[in-house]
Design a binder for this molecule. Structure first.
Ligand SMILES: [Fe+2]
Ligand SMILES: [Fe+2]
Length: 265
């Protein structure tokens, strides 16, 4: 029998809709890749849109119900929103490995599949926490549009890195510490610990982004700071807004000089 290909295994995990199944398939792809059971062959294309479960209902950002800030309901809604972000992050990481792996090589695949495994873990931790709190992933509507960044940058790995790890995932470094404090203040230490663990992992994800981006810049004879600025202006519709978590960003390879270029004034 022929060895199954990496691309086919990744595509299969991406097309899986049920959250528990997607988590299991993602772990399985990572395990098989590490065990040398998947051929470094890119024989199928990545899907334009990954598999999504019937619930949560996906709504445009403007139609999302407001979350009450102080209440327990508000905190559950926040965890639900984070679960959805992690769920989409699984597919973003798989897509990076499957779409750009041929061009970028084995180290890139190693890195992005390890991110996919982390995101699957993050999702599973939050989903379990939601259940303990009497809710579940799918109980509330979720933000449609997290996949837009993937679509917008599907043509070029530099654009993908510039926007997904280096802008979107890096944003988590700025905002999560305050969220951790909020859960602690509410006496929910379990949730706070899960979020702290997530932010520690996200530093690594951003670092993979900045490292591979720097290597690409070298290859394309571009300067990282100015190339990043150009790509963010072209492919990211939001704003890169301070305050930044300078120390976390620095450990992730985003220096103040890099930030100065893309930050809105
Ligand atoms: Fe994550
Ligand atoms: Fe991440």
């Amino acid at each position: 029998m022929n060895t199954p290909t990496l691309a086919a295994a990744i595509r299969d995990a991406m097309l899986t809709a049920e959250p528990t199944d997607k988590v299991m398939k993602t772990r399985d792809v990572v395990r098989r890749w590490r065990a040398g059971e998947l051929a470094f062959v890119f024989d199928v294309a990545m899907p334009d849109v990954p598999g999504r479960p019937a619930r949560p209902e996906l709504l445009p950002p403007a139609e999302m119900p407001k979350r009450g800030r102080g209440s327990e309901r508000g905190r559950i809604a926040l965890l639900h929103a984070l679960a959805h972000i992690e769920f989409v992050a699984i597919d973003l990481a798989l897509d990076a490995a499957g779409r750009f792996g041929a061009e970028m090589g084995r180290q890139f695949v190693d890195d992005w599949l390890s991110v996919a495994a982390d995101e699957a873990m993050h999702f599973a931790l939050i989903a379990r926490r939601l259940r303990t709190l009497g809710s579940f992933y799918g109980a509330m509507p979720a933000h449609d549009g997290l996949w837009d960044a993937a679509r917008e940058t599907a043509h070029d790995v530099a654009a993908r890195l510039a926007v997904v790890p280096m802008v979107l995932e890096a944003r988590a470094l700025d905002v999560t510490p305050a969220t951790v404090d909020r859960f602690m203040a509410a006496g929910d230490e379990r949730s706070a610990r899960i979020l702290q663990r997530i932010v520690d992992d996200e530093i690594r994800h951003v670092r993979f982004g900045t490292t591979h981006f720097a290597a690409l810049c070298e290859k394309r004879s571009e300067s990282p700071a100015s190339y990043w600025k150009v790509l963010v202006e072209r492919h990211f519709r939001g704003m890169v807004k301070p305050p930044f978590n300078d120390s976390a960003r620095r450990s992730a390879g985003l220096s103040r000089e890099m930030m100065a270029g893309v930050a809105c004034q």
